[in-house]
Design a protein around this ligand. Structure first.
Ligand code: CA
Length: 237
């Protein structure tokens, strides 16, 4: 490559970065798997019964809730009107009905080095000590703990959801998001709903591109001098 090509290369690089677009608020989970997937609304819901049994217990390995893989012992897929949801009809209790901590995982395509906003709503299971409601969320190498506050005693319909917001930088072309209950021997874990991952910022330009740009700028005066010398030589000839 000649030094003459550098300014053109720089412009092309900047154009590629700028046309990649501004941050978008769309939910990557729904964009990848379908509307409502981030909110646990999609799948074949088959409750254990009516009233307080208006939930479906799913063992580890289950893929009943579209897009999501159940891990650990299992989880309970809750339904309104007997259990509260922060969005739509369903939420997930990360504890399995017959006792045991569970987890929920989903993978979305990501851009390495880009920053993503992660948000979800979490509620404490009513009437149980707060430690039962501790959970962790991870996305690639990012991990955070969350612990929603205490909900009113025995008011399962009135579970109080609290917005949880984090951000992470993707380290892989696909990022797996995982929620897990922290207490092993409980039938009740934190309840989660309305999960969203959205792009916040694209990666900054690689240092190599920046150095190329600086090298191009530094070469400009020398190129101009060379050009002027050639012009004088041509004129003298
Ligand atoms: Ca929902």
């Amino acid at each position: 490559m000649s030094t003459r090509q550098l300014p053109g290369l720089l412009l092309a690089s900047l154009a590629a970065l700028s046309t990649a677009g501004p941050a978008t608020a769309s939910n990557l989970i729904d964009a990848t798997y379908g509307a409502g997937v981030g909110s646990f609304e999609v799948g074949s819901f088959a409750p254990r019964g009516t009233g307080n049994f208006n939930f479906q217990s799913l063992l580890g390995g289950a893929t009943t809730i579209t897009g999501w893989l159940v891990g650990g012992v299992g989880v309970d897929w809750l339904s309104t009107p007997n259990y509260g949801a922060s969005d739509g009809l369903h939420a997930v209790d990360l504890g399995y009905y017959d006792a045991g901590a569970g987890s929920m995982a989903i993978s979305v395509p990501t851009v390495i080095g880009a920053t993503y906003a992660l948000s979800f709503d979490a509620a404490a299971v009513p009437g149980f000590p707060s430690y039962h409601n501790a959970g962790t969320v991870s996305a690639g190498s990012f991990t955070a703990a969350f612990a929603p506050g205490y909900s009113p005693l025995n008011d399962f319909e009135g579970q109080v959801f609290e917005a949880q917001q984090f951000s992470f930088v993707a380290t892989s072309a696909h990022t797996t998001l995982t929620f897990a209950a922290s207490v092993a021997d409980t039938s009740y874990g934190p309840v989660i709903d309305n999960v969203s991952i959205s792009l916040s910022a694209l990666p900054v330009p690689e240092p190599a591109v920046a150095w190329l740009w600086l090298a191009g700028l530094a070469a400009m005066p020398a190129l101009r001098r060379l050009s002027a010398r050639r012009q004088r030589a041509d004129n003298a000839a």
